[in-house]
Design a protein around this ligand. Structure first.
Ligand code: ADP
Length: 327
């Protein structure tokens, strides 16, 4: 397996219209979502073999989510069904194009109840990369399951990727989030975060300063996503910006997941040791996948295929020139 992702899979209840707050939208439309599940689909559409580990309710939505993963060629051997808790729902509104409002219905949701003994250990001991986020760290037993999965993957030399994906509403307090996210950092090879998450973890929005502080806490690579501006990359050897692509953005849901899925397909393709040499191309590819996702509504439905990303790059790169990272 190229990439295993672990964490929440849920139903995104998308607003029937944008420009309205959560309490003002006229209706919600159910769509498959959950960041790690999105990443598994994103990477599968981009040509990687992927599997998802997590838990849904034994209900209509849980069955629907398994069907979606299977249709997208994501291995579901590690998807568990909970008899006692429902599939999690996330109600979403988009008051402005680059700002989402969320309410999560998970008190608890099935995703929080994944236990360490339910992990599909064969997948974790053979995968080349494991990707997780912080939402499976909010509560037990999913937190222990996440740490155990990371331990197993590392033991078998897989690359561990961690999306900070901080959602304040899901945590008891910012201090709790900070403690759990900080505990995961030393276990991750690649950490992806945005500027406000960088500020939460390092008390600065200055990317160079913040990334230097994060590198000292264990990870080898830090990637900061900057919305339409693209992304910033920082390792011991290399650092720099990869400019974003100009697109007609419609909905930013799923952009970060497309970006991570694309980056991971490049990481497993080149191998960890070769990454610095292929960094510019990998970030450009990930920025393109994120930009294309912004042009369509929803998360999973918006994720581009390998052919779409390659076509997009073929069309736009001659116009804007080659992107460069500073060494
Ligand atoms: P997140 O905050 O979830 O990490 P971002 O909104 O920063 O996600 O998006 C991830 C990546 O997707 C960005 O780094 C960028 O490459 C691309 N992207 C996102 N929004 C746009 C946009 N409006 N125009 C072009 N690219 C975008």
């Amino acid at each position: 397996m190229d990439i295993v992702t672990l964490g929440e899979i849920l139903i995104d209840m998308l607003p029937a219209e944008t420009g309205k707050r959560l309490t003002q939208v006229s209706a919600f439309i159910p769509k498959p979502g959950g960041a790690p599940a999105n990443v598994a689909v994103a990477a599968a559409r981009l040509g990687a073999s992927t599997a998802f580990l997590g838990k849904v309710g034994r209900d209509f939505f849980g069955e629907f989510l398994r069907e979606v993963l299977q249709r997208e060629h994501v291995d579901t051997r590690g998807l568990r069904f909970d008899d006692a808790a429902r599939t999690t729902l996330a109600l979403i509104a988009q008051p402005t194009a680059d700002n989402n409002e969320y309410i999560f219905y998970r008190n608890p949701g099935a995703d929080q109840r994944l236990r360490p003994d339910e992990l599909e250990r064969d997948l974790l001991s053979t995968t080349r990369a494991l990707h997780i986020g912080s939402i499976s760290l909010t509560d037990e037993p999913a937190r222990s399951a996440t740490f155990e999965a990371v331990r197993l993957a590392r033991q078998h030399n897989a690359l561990v990727s961690f999306d900070v994906n901080y959602r304040p509403a899901l945590w008891r307090s910012p201090a709790d989030a900070l403690a759990q996210i900080s505990a995961m950092l030393p276990n991750a090879d690649v950490v992806k975060l945005n500027e406000s998450e960088l500020e939460l973890l390092t008390q600065t929005r200055e990317v160079e300063k913040g990334c230097t502080a994060l590198l000292a806490r264990g990870p080898q690579w830090i990637v900061v996503t900057l919305g339409a501006q693209g992304s910033y990359f920082h390792s011991a050897q290399k650092r720099g910006y990869a400019r974003g692509f100009q697109v007609d953005a419609l909905d930013s849901t799923g952009c970060g997941d497309a970006f991570v899925g694309a980056l991971l397909t490049q990481l497993v393709k080149f191998g960890m040791n070769e990454l610095d040499a292929h960094l510019e191309a990998a970030l450009e590819y990930a920025n393109a996948a994120g930009a294309l996702t912004a042009t369509r509504r929803g998360a999973i439905p918006a994720l581009p295929t390998e052919a779409e990303v390659k076509d997009f790059l073929r069309q736009v790169l001659p116009k804007i020139g080659v992107l460069g990272a500073e060494t």
